[in-house]
Design a protein around this ligand. Structure first.
Ligand code: ZN
Length: 280
């Protein structure tokens, strides 16, 4: 996971909410209900970093009935996210602020904003910039379990956290019929810290990272196979190993837990089998 710079719009939460909610000019009921929660929006936004992600269970609870929750969420769904809506400039600005590729998988083009705390449960944070994580189409942080209040059962927060451990691991197998298989997993040693092991499991499961990483790494191996075969024949094993080390180092410089870093670590670990497989 790549750490993201906190959006420059953070702190303008209340103004953004008011501007978007006031735009229900043809539906005064929506505007009135949404605007009656401005104080709540301000309170929740101001308290965000004090509670998220480590102490979500203590986050200020504001009682809202289901019907009003739905109306508040329309501020995001109708006045913030759609192209041409009054809040879309903020949506685009948050994506633009992230720069580059998806912070979750490290590969996809930035397309969506996902609510770190889901808007179904925390509607007052529906347009709060620090709760909106730019991701690619494949990575969707709103999958089921993100509603958990247990820190170890929710993904890492790209604005507020960094990963200190190297934990993404790739298992590689090479077969005599020239095929291969790749499987990404949580390689963190659970005996070191069972809670952190759980956290990495949750991050991988909720973001569906194993599937995304598998397909990206399969594509890479298919693309580079021919090139490395040539390099092996022309330059020899020692040279090819140096090339793999170079690829691993440059991937790790960007993100030690990317699929690319884990793939090249695995290729180096299994270099004898990999070189034999290239010769097939
Ligand atoms: Zn992604």
């Amino acid at each position: 996971m790549r750490k993201l710079k906190i959006p420059s719009l953070a702190g303008k939460d209340k103004e953004i909410y008011i501007e978007c909610a006031s735009d229900f000019i043809h539906n005064r009921k929506y505007a009135d209900i949404a605007l009656s929660y401005v104080d709540g929006v301000e309170k929740c936004s101001n308290k965000y970093t004090a509670y998220v992600p480590k102490n979500i269970v203590g986050f200020p609870h504001i009682n809202i009935c289901d019907e009003e929750k739905e109306i508040i969420n329309k501020v995001y769904e109708q006045k913030f996210a759609p192209k041409g809506s009054i809040g879309r400039k903020y949506y685009d600005s948050i994506i633009g602020n992230a720069k580059g590729r998806c912070p979750i998988c490290g590969g996809g083009k930035l397309k969506n904003l996902d609510h770190f705390l889901p808007k179904s449960k925390y509607p007052l944070l529906c347009v709060t910039p620090i709760n909106l994580i730019p991701t690619c189409r494949d990575c969707n942080m709103e999958k089921g379990a993100t509603a958990s209040e247990d820190y170890y059962e929710i993904p890492f927060h790209p604005y507020l956290e960094i990963m200190n451990d190297e934990w993404v691991e790739c298992d590689l197998s090479f077969y005599p019929d020239k095929t291969f298989s790749i499987k990404f997993k949580n390689g963190f040693d659970a005996s070191l810290n069972p809670d952190m092991w759980r956290k990495y499991e949750a991050h991988m499961r909720i973001n569906d990272l194993a599937a995304t990483f598998n397909s990206r790494a399969e594509e890479e191996l298919e693309n580079i196979g021919g090139m490395y075969k040539k390099e092996l024949l022309v330059c020899g094993e020692k040279e090819l190993e140096l090339s793999l080390i170079e690829m691993k180092d440059s991937a790790e410089e960007i993100d030690v837990n990317s699929w690319k870093s884990a793939l090249y670590r695995a290729l180096l670990r299994r270099s004898i089998e990999f070189f034999e497989w290239l010769k097939l």
